[in-house]
Design a protein around this ligand. Structure first.
Ligand SMILES: NC(=O)c1ccc[n+]([C@@H]2O[C@H](COP(=O)([O-])OP(=O)(O)OC[C@H]3O[C@@H](n4cnc5c(N)ncnc54)[C@H](OP(=O)(O)O)[C@@H]3O)[C@@H](O)[C@H]2O)c1
Length: 314
């Protein structure tokens, strides 16, 4: 099968011809039509998991994907042959990932029926980013009447976080440069602040002198997060997807600090499918890259400036 893989950590992802995997007991084989790109993909290729997972090489890049169940192993009861599914397909210990014609998932793993109204290239853009956003809104206990600042709001995870926090009834402040301010408002942000135009704290406090209830942060380093945390009201919550928070220091200030790690699951995907089918979450695909341009798409994401999701057509 065709795949985009690395021969070792740190190598440049490249097209390779690799054996098609076989589903074992409790597993499904999925013929992928599209893969979704996340920053995690190039971080894993760089060696993010090298101390925690004994990866097999060549290692196929990618987590998110959407496609059709092509075969099922013994004992599979939930998903069926021919079903359209989306989910997370990375299995580095077997060298498997989603930038490939075929991938394996567990029947009890993070894979689910695709949202009814979506095509494959949209569905592949959903899993990691939107599961993260949904779980973050849960963990922050975002509620009606609260004020939530989303930092990194214009990226794949941030755009879903803005919509899901607004859906929960919160007043949402989103970071956005001028080119994205209108888009963020259309997605449900009440206000935008511009991270390229100086201190965010000053911009937020100019409108919300009492601060905010929660910060969902996809971008700030530790120094920036410590400064932004001054915006939180007592009892407020700071979630960082890039592990920039010191929970003990936050607790000493009566704040909840959480270094967030997504736990992908079929349950989260099923909830997202319902939300998407109800028209309450849109996933904006910024770039549908042909398979041959996958390595370039990874390099572009690493360089920054995402304005939505990138999807690879398999
Ligand atoms: N731990 C987890 O479970 C988990 C889950 C999901 C994501 N993540 C991580 O979260 C990060 C974001 O993921 P993503 O998928 O949303 O990435 P993405 O789609 O590449 O988006 C990154 C966005 O961040 C914005 N940004 C960068 N620096 C910023 C700053 N200082 N202030 C405000 N916005 C800033 C960029 O906008 P500009 O170009 O305008 O600056 C861009 O729109 C990645 O590092 C990813 O690995 C972790």
């Amino acid at each position: 099968m065709r795949a985009i893989a690395v021969s070792e950590y740190g190598a440049t992802p490249a097209p390779m011809n690799l054996p098609r995997p076989e589903p074992g007991p409790g597993e499904i084989l999925v013929k992928l039509i599209a893969a979704g790109l996340n920053p995690m993909d190039w971080k894993i290729a760089d060696g993010l998991l090298k101390d925690s997972v004994d990866a097999s090489f060549p290692l196929v890049i990618g987590q998110d994907g959407a496609g059709v169940v092509d075969a099922v192993g013994d004992g599979v009861t939930r998903l069926r042959h021919g079903e359209q599914v989306y989910g997370v397909f990375g299995a580095p210990e077997r060298g498997l990932g989603s930038y490939a014609e075929y991938a394996i998932a567990r029947d009890d793993g993070p894979v689910a029926k695709m949202p009814a109204g979506m095509i494959y290239t949209q569905a592949a853009a959903v899993p990691i980013a939107s599961m993260s956003a949904l779980a973050m809104v849960d963990r922050a206990r975002v509620d009606a009447g609260q004020t939530v600042l989303v930092v990194g709001a214009t990226g794949g995870t941030g755009q879903s976080a803005v919509q899901l926090a607004a859906r929960a009834g919160a007043k949402v402040i989103a970071t956005a440069r001028d080119d994205m301010a209108g888009t963020m408002r259309r997605l449900g942000a009440d206000e935008t602040v511009d991270h390229s135009k100086g201190d965010l704290n000053g911009q937020v406090l100019a409108v919300h002198s009492g601060g905010v209830d929660a910060i969902l942060d996809m971008a700030s380093d530790t120094t920036a997060a410590e400064h932004l945390a001054q915006l939180l009201r007592p009892g407020g919550t700071y979630l960082s997807t890039v592990w920039a928070v010191n929970p003990d220091a936050m607790a000493a200030r009566e704040l909840r600090g959480i270094n967030f790690e997504v736990a992908p699951s079929a349950e989260l995907l099923d909830r997202l499918s319902d939300i998407i089918d109800a028209g309450e979450l849109r996933v904006r695909v910024e770039w549908e890259a042909p398979f041959a341009e996958a390595a370039g798409a990874l390099a572009a994401n690493r360089a920054g400036g995402a304005r939505g999701k990138t999807v690879i057509r398999i």
